[in-house]
Design a protein around this ligand. Structure first.
Ligand code: MIG
Length: 801
């Protein structure tokens, strides 16, 4: 092997000529000056780049990526063209220079992304490895998005970040790092969107033109320079491509999309039960009740405090009968206590992390001195999963993984020398830190999945690495009860969602401090349009239940939660799209219309599922606000007023609602209000039809809302095609799957019809119908058998045609 030549700037890079090149299947290998580059194809728009300073690659193992290049069957070839090497798919041309510099073009010849210095490294002997870098040029007008939970403005241009999962109690705007480690970002310039996933679990850093305004760099304190390049050009498909690589989650149980109430902590039993009763008495819908650490016996995981909860099983069953699903918290720290069964078992089986010099690693958390399972060891995960068997059979339906950054009191996290198995690739905490939380969530999810089968599991996690979405919903941690935090939560949820983590939410009302009624209600109104909808608070500053702020606010809180229950079938359909195709549920405006330059600068408004547009109110006293609607026609969700998008408008609301719009052409299913998922069955499914002069396609996905029947075809996916004319509207319905919901008819509500309906054809036949007219909204309602394939509603003129 040739010695690596020193770069004048003291950093190393390949500087000579590519002396070897070869292709094997979907992989290409180039060697230059002792360094090596492997390029492989994962899809026509998806390439992976791996570099090695000395020609030796690590064992190819990833906790994040679930795909293999072998699965890609399209064209992939290598050509030597003059001084360069070209790697080609049907969509991409990647040009590699002799010094292994890379430029990537689409097939139209447009430059998508290019290296500046490209790959280089710095020997890091004191840590036993290299720091690996990648430098790229920022293109003119380029915007950057992604990176998970960063609490900062949406466009990352000009900023610099670090990924090192941390317990950031009371974080603020621009705090960094936070709990999650998602080394994935997207770039957009000249209408070309792409993404880069840097699959490296060491501490990683990203700079989007902060140090040098036209340079984007990402680097790591160890491991390999291995990254995936995903081309869109649509940002939405880049985000989907990332989820394709890192894995889709299972569909959650429908109840988990309902409202959740949480506090640190509801205890004893009588307190928890009175909160539950209060929901039912006041008729405020609620599905999830969260039980925080004080249920444990001296903070010992998998135990109950018998004084506070004398008969957990009976209590949990009573709650289930009343429609409440209990979610209990679990921590990674296992109390050092020789009389505690979980501790004894773990010690006997050698399940805990050890220090480099041998002893079991010890750290302080809630229970006092603890040891910590090494979740990066498959045997430990198996053991941990097994602990849920007895624990959940009492009636627990969800598990909440906390403190899994991992967090320690006093010293923050594990000492660097702590050893980890890393699935058979032994390493120190420097490499395992950022995946520890994900592997805990994985073991928990597998445990609860097995133990409550055939019910679907629900798990949530505070920390996580790329791929965490396969195992858990996430929340944004210990925020504050301030107006600024409504703004922060709004951005974090958009960012998490495009970073593969659509099942996300914030602690509504703020975890630390106490919201007033108005702040609480405004936050709740936004949370009703976030995928995970939970109020949680620390309990140190006063109550934060929907009825804690006086009657006026209680009524408004109730209305916000009821709205959530109405839109559940729409949201569930968006979840189906997410879990099957990776489509982000929440989408920034730039993901809705990236060719409209105005959207690139917006971050308050966001899309919720395919057809809703939401704009939270983040200032005290405001009863309306300026917002931007993407191009097209929109209906005010509350008043039915039509608005033409493409410009900023002032939207008047009240304390009762925040601005919400629905896209013209959409057909939106809604449930009647219920107190919890499945409480009532109904005969007529409300379908809201928003007239459009033109065509539009909507879907409705349904299944049992729980269990695994949908894997065997027991689901129903309906497609509605709307076509609107001046005097007529056509709706064509088709479906697949054999799930047959109980309702027999649709209660169709037509919004914005430009004509008065006088005749109807159902599957070609003239039928009699009766219409209800609402003068307030100008909408028409009628009931129709759910099995139609083609419905035409028209005015007299249209009928005469
Ligand atoms: O050190 O379990 O973010 O949601 O209520 C605090 C108690 C530990 C931090 C979590 C928070 C939870 C709290 N936990």
């Amino acid at each position: 092997m040739q010695p690596v030549r020193q770069d004048p700037r003291s950093r190393n890079r390949a500087t000579q000529i590519v002396e070897k090149w070869q292709q094997t299947g979907n992989r290409v290998l180039l060697e230059s000056s002792g360094a090596a580059l492997e390029v492989s194809a994962y899809g026509v728009n998806m390439l992976r780049f791996r570099f090695s300073p000395n020609g030796i690659f690590e064992d190819d193992f990833s906790y994040a990526v679930v795909q293999k290049p072998e699965a890609f069957e399209g064209k992939f070839s290598l050509r030597k063209v003059g001084d360069e090497f070209h790697v080609l798919t049907d969509e991409l041309v990647c040009k590699i220079s002799n010094s292994l510099n890379i430029r990537i073009f689409n097939k139209a010849g447009q430059l998508i992304s290019e290296d500046e210095r490209g790959f280089f490294w710095e020997p890091y002997p004191q840590k036993g490895g290299n720091q690996v870098f990648n430098n790229r040029k920022i293109q003119e007008g380029e915007h950057f998005f992604g990176l998970g939970d960063k609490p900062t403005r949406l466009n990352l241009r000009g900023l610099r970040f670090e990924n090192w999962g941390s317990d950031t109690y009371g974080y603020e705007k621009n705090s960094d790092p936070l709990y999650k480690n998602i080394p994935f970002f997207m770039g957009l310039h000249s209408g070309l969107g792409y993404g880069i996933f840097f699959d490296n679990t060491f501490k990683t850093r990203f700079d989007f033109g902060h140090e040098r305004s036209d340079i984007c760099t990402f680097w790591s304190e160890g491991g390999e320079m291995s990254y995936y390049f995903i081309y869109g050009p649509e940002l939405m498909s880049v985000s989907e491509g990332y989820v394709y690589l890192t894995g889709t989650p299972e569909l959650p149980p429908l109840w988990a999309l309902g409202y959740h109430q949480s506090k640190w902590s509801y205890y004893p039993e009588s307190k928890l039960m009175s909160v539950a009763n209060e929901f039912r008495i006041r008729k405020i819908p609620c599905d999830g009740l969260h039980i925080d650490i004080d249920y444990m016996d001296g903070f010992r995981c998998f135990t109950w405090d018998r004084q506070r909860f004398p008969d957990a099983r009976r209590m949990l069953q009573d709650l289930l009968e009343d429609g409440f699903k209990s979610v209990v918290i679990i921590d990674p720290g296992i109390k050092i206590d020789k009389d505690y069964a979980v501790y004894q078992d773990a010690m006997a089986k050698d399940m805990f992390c050890r220090r480099a010099d041998g002893p079991v690693m010890e750290g302080n958390v809630w229970p006092g001195s603890c040891h910590f399972p090494d979740f990066t060891n498959p045997e430990v995960r198996e053991w941990w999963s097994g602990l849920f068997k007895d624990f959940t059979k009492s009636g627990i339906r969800g598990i909440w993984n906390d403190m899994n950054e991992p967090a320690l009191f006093e010293i923050g996290t594990f000492p660097e020398d702590t050893r980890h198995d890393f699935d058979g690739h032994p390493c120190s905490h420097r490499k395992a830190h950022n995946v520890y939380g994900m592997q805990m969530a994985r073991a928990t999810w597998e445990g609860i999945k097995k133990s409550i089968y055939p019910n679907r599991p629900f798990a949530m996690s505070r920390s996580g690495y790329s791929g965490i979405q396969r195992y858990a919903a996430v929340w944004t941690g210990d925020n504050l009860a301030t107006w600024e935090h409504v703004w922060i939560a709004n951005i974090q949820i958009q960012r998490l969602s495009i970073s593969g983590l659509s099942f996300c939410g914030s602690d509504i009302g703020g975890f630390i401090g106490r919201a007033g009624g108005e702040l609480f209600v405004r936050w709740l109104q936004m949370g009703a349009f976030h995928p995970f909808f939970r109020t949680h608070y620390s309990g140190d500053y006063g109550d934060q239940e929907p009825w804690s702020f006086g009657d006026k606010w209680t009524a408004l809180a109730k209305k916000a939660i009821e709205t959530r229950y109405r839109i559940l079938p729409y949201l569930y359909t968006a979840f189906w799209q997410y879990t099957s195709k990776g489509t982000p549920i929440v989408r920034p405006l730039s993901f809705i219309d990236q060719n409209d330059p105005e959207t690139l600068f917006r971050m308050d408004e966001y899309g919720f599922g395919p057809d809703l547009l939401v704009c939270p109110i983040t200032k005290e006293g405001d009863e309306g606000r300026l917002m931007y609607l993407p191009k097209g026609i929109w209906y005010n969700f509350w008043t039915d007023l039509e608005v033409e998008g493409g410009e900023e408008v002032f939207v008047q609301t009240s304390m009762a609602e925040i601005p919400v719009f629905i896209r013209a052409g959409a057909i939106m299913p809604q449930y009647p209000v219920m107190q919890y998922v499945g409480e009532v069955s109904f005969d007529a499914m409300p379908l809201h039809i928003y007239y459009l002069h033109g065509t539009y396609t909507s879907s409705l996905y349904e299944d049992a809302g729980d269990f695994y029947g949908h894997d065997q075809g027991n689901y129903r996916l309906r497609t509605f095609e709307l076509e609107g004319f001046a005097n007529k509207v056509d709706i064509r319905q088709s479906w697949e799957g054999r799930f047959n919901p109980e309702y027999t008819t649709y209660k169709m509500v037509f919004h914005g019809l430009p004509f008065i309906p006088a005749g109807m054809l159902l599957d070609g036949k003239v039928v009699m119908f009766s219409l209800d007219y609402s003068a307030e909204k100008g909408s028409f309602t009628m009931e129709v058998d759910k099995k139609f394939e083609h419905l035409s509603l028209m005015n007299l003129e249209g009928f005469a045609d």
